[in-house]
Design a protein. Structure first.
Length: 168
């Protein structure tokens, strides 16, 4: 993959002609689509489907979790989560245990083989994603992260204000 040289941030850059909310959404959507495609290719190249990789990665970085916690965290339905866990359990990568307070739920843990596999796979995936991020300098990354957090928080706040107004 060719590396793109980061362009320095410059206060003299011309402002984009369209700074509307719709244009921001369009640019974010296009960037997300490109990044998601490359991330998916990286994951598939490691021998995983997205839901299996995301499940293992969540367990690696967040520790043992209930089925519902993992499903919520990675955006799967209960049925899809169950199928993913069946696949991972058949491969000997995860085990299900009784939940300490909810008999209807299970706690999922990585096996030693699962931990070893996802640690290696995640390092490879992180390297691919790092290469993609090299089109931005460290300073630009920091600015982008802060701006995206602010944009997301603003959207989240607006969403909850609308939900609240409908309830009142």
């Amino acid at each position: 993959m060719a590396r793109v040289q980061p362009r320095p941030l410059s206060p003299s850059l011309p402002a984009p002609s369209d700074t509307s909310g719709v244009h921001i959404w369009l640019i974010l959507m296009k960037a997300h689509r490109a990044l998601a495609y490359l991330a998916e290719q990286s994951i598939v190249g490691l021998g995983f489907c997205f839901s299996d990789f995301a499940t293992l990665e969540a367990l690696l970085h967040k520790g043992p979790q209930s089925v519902t916690e993992i499903a919520h965290r990675i955006g799967l339905t209960a049925g899809s989560m169950s199928i993913a866990l069946d696949r991972l359990a058949r491969r000997g990568l995860v085990r299900r245990y009784a939940h300490p307070t909810d008999r209807r739920n299970r706690v999922i843990r990585l096996t030693a083989a699962g931990r070893e596999l996802i640690e290696k796979a995640f390092l490879e995936h992180a390297s691919v994603m790092e290469d993609i991020g090299k089109s931005l300098s460290a300073q630009e990354r920091g600015v982008l992260i802060e701006l995206l957090k602010r944009l997301g928080k603003g959207a989240e706040d607006k969403h909850w204000l609308e939900v609240r107004s409908k309830l009142l």
